[in-house]
Design a protein around this ligand. Structure first.
Ligand code: SAM
Length: 623
């Protein structure tokens, strides 16, 4: 064990923990480490979309926290630490990063997402080694790494969830639970380092410290020079100058039996090719990573589309996997082409490649099993096929769309689209189902977040206007046992709703009503839901719909609008602005614009929630 020699090497050094977490403090104190606590001022606001994996995000946040303290101390505390330790713990599930909940609803959203499932806890750790050079210069070396632990939650009843939330324990914990206290009762099993889940991977930390100090050299900086994840840079007269050196840890030794997606690496998370995180005051080089990633982005999207369309992910669910030849046989494609598609999918982190009895085989990543297999509960397959078959073609004609300022249906499909919904529904059953599948898949992955965005338990009846397959309605009834939901949609849609009945859930609190929300009476309800409706229509139609809704609602009725909200400067999120490029009519709005719009029709007391999933939500009350 490296612990004692390491601790003795640290004797007499100023070791600083850049974290206010009492749990990290306790873990390190318990092993006899002597250190000062200087909580970091770094705000945990890195843009998560810039990171390919949760662990990259956690490592970068840990590094920024530690660096902030390392750079501040010489000026504010008038002493230079020898070592600064930063850490950041995140919980990752269903492709989302869960940090600390901001309120009880947020805690509910997180915990219900974790219920009955296995999730990953990642702690990113950065060890900053500081050396004072001559002339007030300070040189920093960084060693960083992450640890992953898998945790499985039991199925949590609504009662258990709320009891735990009301205990107050979830509020300052990543993922909304603390495994070392009451939260331990929610956990079925833990695979990996338990202390990592508490907030600090002690064993991995000690090994890395051992790597740094257990050499013949007295200089820790030299001892880490050969580390692939090392970065070095020097502070000169308070200006940061980058002198770093880093390499990506790549594909493991081909001889090994281990199967990893290209994105999985431990201890070296820099220089990943697809999306390069912005690193504050230091950058690796002048190479235009972001532009090159954007440039190649269409190839990545089309690879995902083609693999989905050819049902590759449906074939690769089992642990034994299949060879390129076997996949080619099953999808009636060439072996060479299939192998190229599979390898490209591996590079995108969608498949894993491994040795099986001397031959190379492929299988899905966990994420692909969850989101890309067409039959999986949270499958995005329907939406991907919609993007491939419809949206892709509209984007092909984007220059014309910009020049002419109108939809490119005519150019792309040889016919105009005066009313996208009516068109697609009545043209063919196949097109109708494709559209409904697309709506269904987005509603499935976002419905739970939207349902938990506010406490809606005071409402007993709801009407989901344009509720399509009922996917949202089922999520709402699941979240609120006292709620019944009427899904109101065009007759052509309602007649297909049986295709989308959920398994493992009672369905008798969801009913379907056929009608046209511009022309027909709306069903009576306490709460109306408009999810992804308003952005689709021009102002005149929005006016018709909201006037009708206003006349139908009695005082106290709720109106929940779910859309992607633009930020107030209309600079993002890019999902909303990119979607607008192919919209037939209508427009994207900010939360303030939606709030003003609602107010015009007598819906006030707007409360806004950014859910971090596909859709945000605003809840108003009729005066
Ligand atoms: N609300 C669903 C969701 O978020 O998953 C579906 C949104 S989808 C973009 C728009 C829905 O509005 C479709 O289901 C469409 O059939 C429905 N719709 C369009 N025009 C309608 C109308 N005039 N009356 C009722 N429903 C309509």
């Amino acid at each position: 064990m490296v612990l004692n020699p390491v601790i003795s090497k640290l004797t007499g050094k100023l070791v600083v923990l850049a974290s206010a977490s009492p749990r990290r403090l306790e873990i390190l104190t318990n092993v006899g480490l002597k250190f000062e606590v200087v909580p970091s001022w770094f705000k945990e606001t890195l843009d998560k979309t810039l990171f390919r994996t949760p662990q990259e995000y956690a490592v970068e946040t840990a590094k920024q926290k530690a660096l902030e303290v390392a750079k501040r101390m010489p000026y504010k505390h008038l002493k230079t630490p020898d070592i600064v330790i930063g850490a950041d713990t995140v919980v990752a599930v269903d492709g989302f990063i869960l940090e600390k909940p901001v309120d009880k609803q947020d805690a509910y959203r997180m915990l219900s997402r974790l219920s009955g499932k296995e999730h990953s806890v990642f702690t990113g750790v950065a060890i900053i080694i500081c050396h004072e050079l001559e002339g007030q210069q300070i040189e920093y070396s960084v060693v960083d790494f992450y640890e992953e632990t898998k945790v499985k939650f039991a199925d949590l009843s609504e009662e258990m969830l709320w009891e735990y939330i009301h205990s107050g324990e979830p509020m300052d914990k990543a993922g909304g639970y603390g495994i070392q206290a009451l939260g331990g009762m929610l956990v079925e099993y833990v695979h990996g380092d338990f202390l990592n889940v508490v907030g600090f991977p002690l064993n991995h930390f000690c090994k890395r410290l051992g790597d740094i100090y257990n050499t013949h050299s007295e200089s820790p900086a030299q001892s880490v020079k050969s580390e692939p994840c090392e970065e070095k840079w020097t502070l000169v007269n308070k200006l940061s100058k980058c002198v770093e050196n880093g390499e990506a840890e790549g594909w493991p030794d081909d001889e090994g039996d281990s199967a990893v997606p290209a994105s999985t690496s431990r201890g070296a998370v820099h220089k990943l090719n697809l999306v390069q995180p912005q690193c504050g005051s230091y950058r690796n080089s002048d190479f235009p990573h972001r532009i090159v990633d954007l440039l190649d982005g269409f190839k990545a999207s089309k690879t995902l589309f083609a693999a989905s369309k050819l049902k590759v992910f449906d074939l690769l669910t089992s642990a034994e996997g299949l060879t390129a030849g076997e996949v080619a046989g099953k999808i009636a494609a060439s072996v060479e082409g299939t192998e190229r598609l599979l390898d490209a999918s591996v590079s995108l982190g969608l498949l894993m490649k491994f040795k099986r009895e001397g031959t190379v085989a492929y299988r899905n990543t966990e994420e692909a099993n969850q989101y890309l297999v067409s039959s999986s509960e949270l499958s995005l397959h329907g939406y991907i096929i919609h993007c491939n078959d419809l949206v892709w073609h509209l984007f092909t004609h984007l220059e014309h769309g910009v020049q002419e300022g109108c939809s490119q249906h005519q150019r792309a499909f040889g016919k105009r689209s005066d009313d996208l919904f009516q068109d697609s529904y009545y043209s063919s059953k196949e097109v109708k189902l494709r559209f409904m599948n697309a709506m269904h898949s987005i509603a499935k992955v976002t419905g739970r977040d939207v349902a938990a965005a506010f406490d809606l338990s005071q409402f007993k009846t709801a009407c989901d206007l344009g509720g399509c397959t009922g996917a949202m309605a089922y999520e709402f009834t699941r979240a609120y046992p006292g709620l019944s939901v009427a899904v109101f949609d065009l007759p052509a849609v309602v007649e297909m709703s049986n295709h989308f009945l959920p398994h493992n859930q009672e369905t008798n609190r969801v009913t379907f009503v056929a009608g046209d929300f511009f022309n027909d009476d709306l069903p009576k309800a306490d709460l109306y839901i408009l999810a992804r409706i308003l952005h689709d229509w021009p102002d005149e139609k929005v006016n018709v719909l909201l006037s009708k809704l206003s006349a139908t609602c009695t005082p106290g009725c709720g109106l929940l609008v779910c859309e992607i909200f633009l930020d107030e400067e209309r600079r993002g999120p890019s999902r909303a602005l990119l979607q607008a490029l192919s919209m037939t009519e209508g427009r994207q709005r900010s939360a303030a614009e939606y709030s003003l719009l609602m107010e015009k029709y007598g819906f006030t007391q707007a409360r806004i929630k950014h859910t971090q999933s596909f859709l945000d939500a605003i809840l108003c009350v009729k005066q």
